[in-house]
Design a protein around this ligand. Structure first.
Ligand SMILES: O=C(O)c1cc(=O)[nH]c(=O)n1[C@@H]1O[C@H](COP(=O)(O)O)[C@@H](O)[C@H]1O
Length: 236
């Protein structure tokens, strides 16, 4: 079982580097990690990752690579060389892609970067899957992709907190279950579909909670973070 007191990963989904750095300056690297995703990385590139690392933060580089094995593996290696704490690919890229990524990351000297795979995006529900040709419940597909990811030797998956309990029975205790789609009672669901509150997610066994807009779009982001920390205080 992974025991880590820093369970919150704040998604710094901002349109400018300045806004992201302003938010980071209000946060404490001892209390949370930061996620740099497609929007911020496309604006700020590796420099924004390094700037946040220089402030003491561990970074989850969420670029959800999904490409042919060689391209994905080389991109994952670049993330490893940036020294990020975690990087992700899409599990639907398949076994050869995930194994190539894991093997390439292992070539990075003194690598500590964790490699995880996205199962089914938390914004998707059964009707969305049906439209893309998967006439099954999200949970069925999440289970299949999580088992595949573990058998490829990766460190964990991204899934909804709703799937954590059923997943734990088929994957090992030290496999990380990273859960976005976290919505405290005070926050709107927005485009997320498979959601859960912070406390329920941790009670279910989520390893890490990825939380963006409930904090970053709140009128008082630090108050929102504090409310979430209070909600999960007895659970970490
Ligand atoms: O890989 C991710 O981080 C991710 C996977 C997923 O299935 N769902 C999901 O929401 N995310 C990311 O998690 C963050 C959630 O943000 P909020 O919905 O604002 O809390 C966003 O940055 C998403 O890109």
């Amino acid at each position: 079982m992974i025991t880590d007191s820093k369970r919150i990963i704040v998604a710094l989904d901002y349109p400018t580097v300045e806004q992201a750095l302003f938010m980071a300056d209000q946060l404490d690297p001892a209390r949370c990690r930061l996620k740099v995703g497609k929007e911020l990385f496309t604006r700020g590139g590796p420099a924004i990752v390094e700037a946040l690392q220089n402030k003491g933060f561990e970074i989850f580089l969420d670029l959800k690579f999904h490409d042919i094995p060689n391209t994905t593996a080389k991109a994952v290696r670049a993330a490893g060389e940036l020294g990020v704490w975690m990087v992700n690919v899409h599990a639907s890229g398949g076994r050869r892609m995930m194994e190539a990524a894991r093997e390439e990351l292992a070539q990075v000297a003194n690598n500590t970067t964790q490699l995880i795979a996205v199962t089914v995006l938390t914004s998707m529900e059964q009707s969305d899957l049906k439209e893309v040709g998967l006439d099954i419940e999200p949970l069925t597909h999440v289970k299949r992709l999580a088992a595949l990811t573990e058998s490829c030797g990766l460190d964990g998956v991204v899934c909804s907190a709703q799937e954590v309990e059923p997943l734990r029975s088929i994957i090992s205790d030290n496999f990380s279950l990273v859960t976005p789609g976290i919505r405290p009672a005070f926050a709107a669901a927005g485009d997320q579909r498979r959601i859960m509150t912070p406390a329920d997610a941790l009670k279910s066994g989520s390893t890490y909670l990825v939380i963006g807009r409930p904090i970053t779009q709140h009128e008082h982001p630090i108050t929102a973070l504090q409310l979430i920390e209070d909600e999960i205080a007895d659970l970490v």
